[in-house]
Structures are given as C-alpha cells and as structure tokens.
Write a protein that binds this ligand. Structure first.
Ligand SMILES: Nc1ncnc2c1ncn2[C@@H]1O[C@H](COP(=O)(O)OP(=O)(O)OP(=O)(O)O)[C@@H](O)[C@H]1O
Length: 360
C-alpha cells in the first residue's frame, strides 16, 4: 500500500521576542506525516516540541515570529485532494476550517482542557455544533457513541456529569472524545499520559492506538518518554535545541541510533533491568537559545564532539531510506566511534527480547 502524505513541514524557523533578546526556538525543522501512521517527537524539555505542534494548530504566542517555513496540509474535500499552507492562513480561518475539526489536539492535563462548569456531554457536542451545525439529536447520539468508544460506561448517565465527578483517567478519555468529535484526520497528543498513573497510562495509549487504526488517523505524539515512543511510534524525530538531530523509523532509532544525543536519551531510559539510582543522565542542561551564537548547541554536553562542532552546526546526513542524522560524526573524514558499551548491550538485549515474539 502506498503511503499517503498528509502533512509536510519544511524549514520551519520560529523566534520569540523576550527581555533577554530573540530566542531562536525552532531552527529549520522538516517533518513529514502520513495517513494512519504515528510520528513521535522526542527531546528534553525546551527542545521545541510543543512550539512545533502548536504552530501546526495555529496556536501562536503573541511574541512569536515565524521567520521561515511551509506547512503543507493535504486534505480531501468535494471528492478531490486539496492542499493548503497552514502558515499562510489567518488564525480565524484556521479555527473555522481546520483547528478542532480536521486537526485536533489532546493536551497533557485534562483539567486545563475541560470546562469545569459544563457537563461533559455538552463539551463533546460543542465542536459538532460549531463546525457542522449538527442537529442536537444527532450530536447527542454521536457523543454517546464516542463515550462508548473511549471506554466510558453508562454514557447516558455520564453525559450530564461535570469533569470533577470523573477520575483523572476518565477525564482524559473525555478529552479524547472531544478531540474525535469532528472526525479529525490528524490527532496531536502532547504528553497525553504524563498526568496519569502508570496503569491508566497504558490504557490511554492503547485507546489512542485502537482509534487510530479504526479511523486511519495520523497521530503526532510529543513526549520526553522514550518508553511511550517505543510503544506507539512508527517514526521518530529527535529534537534538540530547536532542531531535529536524528529521525528514522522506530527500529532505526531504537536499534541503530547514530546521534550521541539519541544515545544519551536511550541510555537514560528506565527499563526493568535498571534501577532508577543507576540510571544514566545526560550531563549538563539544554542551552539557553537566547545566547546561542555558533556551532552545534549540543557541543558542550557531547562526549563525542569534534573540533568542527565548536564552529559549525552539522548538516543533516541521510544514511538510509528512512534514517537521517545531523552529526559531524557521519562525515566521511570523522573518526569511527561506537555507541557506549552499556547501551550496545541494552540494545542487544532489547533485540533478543523482541525476537522471542517473532514467528519461527
Ligand atoms: N512565548 C514564549 N516566549 C519566549 N520563549 C518561549 C515561548 N514559548 C516557548 N518558548 C521557548 O521556546 C523553546 C521551546 O519550547 P517548547 O515548549 O516547544 O519546548 P518542549 O520541547 O515542548 O518542552 P516541554 O517538554 O517542557 O514542553 C524553549 O526554549 C522555550 O523557553
């Protein structure tokens, strides 16, 4: 089956005006999203994940400036495929035509995205009224179906309840039902399970996965949790200091990572064989982008840095059909370095465990 591209972001650069000067928060980001697939964007806090997806949604801060970029969104309407650059349309048009309708978002904390004074049923129906003028009876029936779909039993009874009458996990299910109310083609999930406890987390991930398969939705996950990424993603973009530093299929990133930053993130990922006190942490902190002048911003934290990193930011090298790495270590003249031994052993172990469930 041929993959159908739904979103293509090219060379997105965004800065913020602050008291400290201009913060170059997003620097030349390219991103591709295909129908029915899941793209995870990972990176430490401040790497630019939220700003990237909020720009897709047209949610821009007042001090935000888009310096360069194109976000081509391909959608079907009136029996043909149309294309629009989301950066070229007004906020008003974005809200009317796309935001919450064709492109929906699930935020980290259900309490801040729900209206505490409105029954949950009304909140699920709201988008249907705004975007499609759906008749009340039909909207109510659809809202009840959505409650059932997201695993909330006794929909009729729950319909009139308020958010505070539900548990955290149930509230996040309501948020998902609201996001799905207008049958979006793209669902953006911003750390959707961080505020929930572990057993509820995996149920919500399974739920999103089930709905994605059923409705052939494209999903963007943003998270700093590589454990979540390994469960949900088809493709992974690793972000650092406003740039994508490595991208590839989930197997490229987990079994054959090439960028020292990805090595650090993977080494810092907890697993059942590592106790939390033994866990690796990437030394130092992400840089303050208001002060970035030249070179690779990861340079000072990178045990594998080369002289050139001090002066020139590395280009993006393509190393296979799906795998890209922005590191001078990929240059033909660079020394051949191996990932840390402890990480190599961990990856070998992960591969071995995964192979146990393959067919003989
Ligand atoms: N309105 C704003 N004004 C100034 N700087 C901002 C603003 N919004 C975001 N930034 C800066 O942009 C950079 C990227 O932030 P962003 O929220 O996208 O990071 P993130 O990777 O999503 O982090 P987190 O995981 O903490 O949400 C950070 O340096 C942040 O401080």
């Amino acid at each position: 089956m041929t993959r159908q591209k739904i979103l293509e972001m090219r060379d997105l650069s965004i800065s913020f005006k602050t008291n400290q000067g201009s913060v170059e928060a997003i620097r030349g980001v390219d991103l591709d999203l295909y129908r029915g697939e899941t793209l995870a964007i990972v990176g430490e806090s401040g790497s630019g994940k939220s700003v990237t997806v909020k720009t897709i949604m047209g949610i821009l801060a007042n001090n935000q400036r888009i310096n360069t970029g194109v976000i081509d969104y391909s959608y079907e309407a009136d029996g043909k495929v149309n294309s629009v650059d989301l950066l070229k349309i007004s906020k008003k048009e974005m809200r009317r035509r796309f935001n919450g309708k064709r492109i929906a978002m699930v935020f980290q904390d259900p309490m801040t995205s729900l209206n505490p004074t409105m029954p949950i049923g009304e909140q699920i129906m709201e988008g249907m009224f705004i975007h499609y003028h759906t008749p009340k009876k039909e909207a109510r029936e659809k809202a009840l179906r959505l409650l059932e779909l997201v695993g909330i039993p006794n929909g009729e009874e729950r319909f009139g309840q308020y958010p505070h009458q539900l548990s955290g996990g149930m509230r996040q299910r309501v948020v998902i039902a609201i996001a799905l109310a207008c049958d979006p083609e793209i669902l953006i999930c911003d750390e959707p399970t961080t505020a929930l406890d572990v057993t509820i987390q995996s149920k919500i991930l399974d739920l999103i996965n089930m709905i994605q398969k059923k409705n052939n939705i494209a999903v963007i996950y943003i998270t700093h949790d590589l454990g979540v990424v390994s469960k949900v993603a088809d493709y992974v973009n690793v972000m650092y200091a406003g740039r994508i530093v490595e991208k590839g299929s989930v197997n490229d990133i987990f079994y054959d990572p090439k960028h020292p930053y990805t090595w650090g993130l993977l080494s810092a990922m907890p697993d059942i064989n590592t106790s939390s006190d033994k866990l690796y942490a990437i030394p130092g902190n992400p840089p303050n982008l208001a002060h970035h002048k030249q070179g690779d911003p990861f340079y000072i934290r990178n045990d594998y840095a080369l002289n050139i990193d001090k002066r020139v930011e590395p280009p993006m090298y393509q190393i296979s059909k799906t795998h890209y790495v922005a590191s001078w270590l990929m240059h033909e003249k660079a020394p051949k370095v191996e990932m840390p031994t402890a990480l190599r052993e961990r990856i070998d172990q992960m591969k071995l465990e995964a192979s146990q469930y393959e067919r003989v």
